[in-house]
Ligand binder design. Structure first.
Ligand code: 5CA
Length: 156
């Protein structure tokens, strides 16, 4: 079976992107680690967070400096509440593990919302399939490739 990074690369290519994937053996599991590795502002890191609205998985692409407001996400989904997905649910919904979940290229289509704060940057960085690899893209590419809707999903 293709490695997670290879799967991501193939999916990105199908979407018309050829991302330059950077590997950091010290790890980019969290937004803070990714920002330190890349040398960018933490706000430029895309956290790919999966929530469950009932049986449906929803992806919240969130700026590394923000937390998701689950109530805001629930309102957008038209449900009374959402909860963070378990590691198993993340893998089931996306085909990738927590810490390596890319913002697109998943095993099945997901509803996607994009934190508006990500749109303020020239370039953002996201996981490329494992917790050791990241790639950069513009917010416009992020919106197009993820099919995401810009939304107010941050806490506060
Ligand atoms: N590679 C980095 C930056 S590109 C990354 O993937 N960051 S992340 O934020 O998208 O993924 C880590 C997130 O996974 C954490 O913020 C947290 O919300 C979630 N997470 C970590 N452990 C668990 C867990 N045990 N159960 C559910 N969610 C978890």
């Amino acid at each position: 079976m293709a490695s997670a990074v290879e799967r991501f690369r193939q999916e990105a290519s199908r979407l018309g992107l050829s991302p330059k994937i950077l590997e950091f053996p010290e790890g980019t599991r969290t937004a803070a680690e990714a920002a330190q590795a890349v040398g960018c502002h933490i706000g430029q890191i895309v956290k790919s967070l999966v929530f469950m609205a009932g049986e449906e998985a929803v992806l919240a692409l969130t700026s590394g400096q923000n937390r998701v407001d689950p109530q805001a996400l629930a309102r957008l989904m038209g449900v009374s509440s959402v909860r963070i997905a378990t590691p198993e649910e993340v893998r089931e919904a996306t085909g990738f593990a927590i810490g390596g979940t890319p913002p697109f290229g998943h095993s099945r289509p997901l509803q996607v919302f994009v934190d508006r704060d990500l749109l303020a940057h020239d370039l953002v960085w996201a996981a490329a399939g494992t917790p050791k690899v990241v790639f950069s893209l513009s917010p416009q590419e992020l919106l197009a490739a993820s099919g995401g809707t810009p939304a107010e999903i941050r806490e506060g």
